[in-house]
Design a protein around this ligand. Structure first.
Ligand code: AMP
Length: 395
């Protein structure tokens, strides 16, 4: 796997696909610069080698050229983060872009206009990718968030750099972290899968059963499994058409020697509301009119013990409706347990969908080993898929 450190960028122009799809407020100010900061290590390496950086990204979902989605809005923030003046060009391909790239000196950064102002980007158009490729000497992909898309800048462009393409530090770290969990993790390996529905996690569950020793199933998914085993789930979220599938997963887990841990109790509510009346209940005995919205106290203890016994931990999905304070404590307790296991030497990876939001909201970001930057890309990796953006560099 070729990474940045395999190249010396002296007098070279690095064409870097970054993910600067950052949130902006009504005044077009960046409200969370995490994605820009995440690219810092790659950009500093190129500049310190004596090279220059041509940064390409998308922002939002524009339909054609739309000023509100212009990357010009983030130039000041990129300058703040990297401490270097950032030049900006109003098109990502064509004469203007080529001239700006040509004029770039070692130590300088050029930010290209939003790739998605051209519909060819998402179409993975080869001609558009070739036009992008004219701008740089070495192609660097550092955008994990779009690595599951076969777009021009994330995948197709790589073919124009057969010997001169590599992963940036951020993307390399993502790949290594996933590998650590899925292939080379120290045993026992644990996956915690929460979230709303079995149907959205089924491919992950099936793929992961071959990789883990323990699987904690929490959140809304719990109730399909509980009902499948004959429990009474009341008004809890439950996918009746997935009951057979749940039974099959339990069977597969047994055959593969994977221990499945489900909640034994829940914090149930008489309405899907932060102000609802609540009661701790046996997970198998939830009466109609009540729904389980968080893990109960005994479940928290059980999950803590499992987490502490494991050396490699993957966490995807909250254990309850964490967006409501009343039902956040199961997710917070799990985060605390994973943080404690991590400080005792376990490797922990958090990623995919809403898990990152939960981890950030409750301040666990720096207490786990790695928080993935790509929601969809992470989910597809956990499903065992080869991401096109990664395959294009490995080719
Ligand atoms: P996912 O995107 O599949 O990881 O699902 C995340 C969502 O699952 C969050 O918005 C949670 O509010 C929701 N969720 C977690 N536990 C439950 C539950 N017991 N009942 C309903 N929704 C839940």
């Amino acid at each position: 796997m070729k990474t940045l450190n395999d190249f010396n960028f002296e007098n070279k122009k690095a064409l870097i696909r970054v993910d600067f799809n950052v949130p902006l407020n009504d005044d077009f100010e960046v409200t969370d610069a995490t994605r820009i900061v995440s690219a810092k290590s790659t950009i500093i390496k190129v500049l310190e080698d004596g090279g220059s950086c041509i940064l390409m990204s998308h922002l939002g979902r524009p339909k054609g050229v739309q000023d509100e989605f212009s990357l010009k809005h983030i130039v000041n923030k990129v300058e703040d983060v990297f401490g270097v003046e950032v030049k900006f060009v109003e098109n990502c391909v064509g004469d203007e872009a080529e001239k700006a790239a040509e004029a770039l000196n070692p130590g300088e950064i050029l930010l290209l206009e939003n790739l998605r102002f051209h519909e060819e980007e998402k179409q993975g158009d080869v001609g558009f990718a070739e036009a992008l490729s004219k701008l740089g000497d070495i192609y660097v992909n550092d955008a994990f968030g779009t690595a599951h898309r076969a777009h021009a800048s994330t995948t197709v462009v790589a073919q124009f750099f057969p010997e001169h393409k590599c992963f940036g530090h951020l993307l390399a770290k993502e790949i290594e972290s996933i590998k650590k969990v899925m292939e080379s993790g120290e045993k026992p390996v644990l996956a915690v899968l929460g979230g709303a529905k079995v149907s959205s996690k089924i491919t992950i569950i099936e793929n992961i059963l071959d990789k883990v020793d323990h699987l904690i199933i929490g959140g809304g998914m719990t109730f399909t499994f509980i009902k499948a085993q004959g429990g009474q789930v009341g008004d809890s979220i439950c996918e009746d058409d997935k009951i057979d599938l749940a039974l099959d997963i339990l069977k597969q887990a047994e055959a593969k020697n994977v221990t499945i841990h489900l909640p034994v109790d829940v914090l149930a509510a008489n309405a899907f509301s932060n102000d609802a009346e609540t009661q701790v209940m046996d997970v198998n005995k939830i009466p109609n009119g009540w729904q389980g919205l968080d893990a109960g106290p005994q479940s928290k203890v059980n999950f803590h013990n499992v987490v502490m016994a494991c050396k490699t931990i993957l966490w995807n999905g909250p254990l309850g409706v964490f967006e409501m304070e009343t039902f956040a404590s199961g997710t917070i307790a799990l985060g605390d347990s994973i943080a404690e296991a991590t400080s005792a030497g376990a490797f922990s990876l958090v990623g995919g969908g809403d898990s990152v939001a939960a981890v950030k909201q409750f301040g666990f970001e720096n207490k786990v080993s790695y928080v993935s930057t790509g929601g969809g890309a992470m989910l597809e990796s956990l499903e065992g898929k080869t991401l096109p953006g990664i395959a294009a560099i490995l080719d």
